[in-house]
Design a binder for this molecule. Sequence first.
Ligand code: NAP
Ligand code: HSE
Length: 455
Amino acid sequence: MTDTADNAALSPQSGKPPLRIALAGLGTVGAGVIRLVEANADLIARRAGRPIKVSAVSARDRGKDRGVDLSPYAWEDDMTAMAARDDVDVVVELVGGSDGPALVLARNAIRHGKALVTANKAMIAHHGMALAKEAEAQGVAMRFEAAVAGGIPVIKGLREGAAANRVERLYGILNGTCNYILSTMEDTGRDFAEVLSEAQAKGYAEADPTFDIEGIDAAHKLSILSAIAFGAKIDFGSVDTQGISRILAADIAQADSLGYCIRLIGTAEADAGPDGTPGLFQRVAPHLVPFDNLLAHVDGPTNAVVVEGNFSGRLLFQGAGAGDGPTASAVVADLIDIARGMDTGFEADMAFSIPVDGLEDMAPAPAGHRLGRAYIRFLVADRPGVLAEITAAMRDAGVSIESLIQKGQASKDGAVIVAIVTHEVPEAAVAKALTLLEGSPSLVGQPLVMQILGA
Ligand code: NAP
Ligand code: HSE
């Protein structure tokens, strides 16, 4: 398995050969991994029981300055060829995209008997089950700690630390870009587009930032966590997904005056549904978070995940959710795990904690019966009778109003904001009220509904 040069590099502690990796993708995360394995090489070797050695690297543009010296490593123009190299034990995929070259590389790696480490939540959310099954068949490890919540070891926490628990609910902030945008807008009153550009410049956003701001990236991550937490097959298609692009500065101000901040929250919960059918509820949506909730204090690109286990109680995982250093830390943690377990074969069927064939097909749980308080924001024509029309629809749908605010001057197009906070009601009642108002000439555009995060 090792060549002469590698034998010369046998770990002085363990006498084991290095773990040899091929790195595909040298952007924010890939360059971060190079920096980390170089900076902490001795420490990593001691902890892994063997050195971690980069054999080959690949990206699109060989000439690009990445702030790291790539001359010690072999360069592959065709990254998919890295899977076939004899001097590689683990392929590290840091390219991105659910399909395309990343998926080809991942499949090739496993077929060639290489372990796979990836930060690619889109690929795992769409193809994780098939890839894990193939990895099990090949007896190779597949790891993706960096795919969820950047540097936070939440997958490891669920798969190992909380493994004895039945998870009842899991929720939290899973997208650093959205959290950066919302908390910065809140703190500075700055404009959405300007703050998004800043998040992109800092390396937090996806190649296509729509994935961040429309909640898709958080939904990818939630579906992966759900699989591990609930022992279910990944069901990304069933995540009810709403992003933050419709949130106005006025919503942030209204929320603030009511004692809330706005955060994009992912929630997964085993839910029996109205007729008792067991199912899994999964949602990513902006929520109003009370100032006294711990998630209200999670700012910038930080992520936080709360896991409620039936014996552990509430566990909180918090840390940097995006960026080169934290994400590289999670990638290299996976490599250390593989380096430690390579001789035992133990790693191969651990990707989702349970082998793929043992994961359940959990039916998606509906939302209509779920009880909660909601914030509903209307843009309305500033004329008599509009409030009466809205409150009548609420009455007819059985929605009890806790507070109603109409503030400020009409904008250029004559619209004003009306914000309602409801008492606890089934979500279906709020939906019915909005259906009753559909097509009303009093409304300007679609109302925005955000649930208020409960305890
Ligand atoms: P990035 O900065 O855009 O880097 C992507 C890298 O992949 C670049 O080096 C690019 O090459 C290379 N690449 C793209 N398409 C390619 C192709 N067709 N063939 C060969 N190479 C190709 O992305 P990133 O932020 O590092 O993210 C990488 C992965 O980590 C993604 O799956 C992302 O979702 C995930 N992730 C990112 C973060 C974060 O904070 N950024 C956190 C967690 C997970 P060139 O440089 O030559 O263009
Ligand atoms: N774009 C992602 C985010 C990167 O902002 O959270 C980390 O997965």
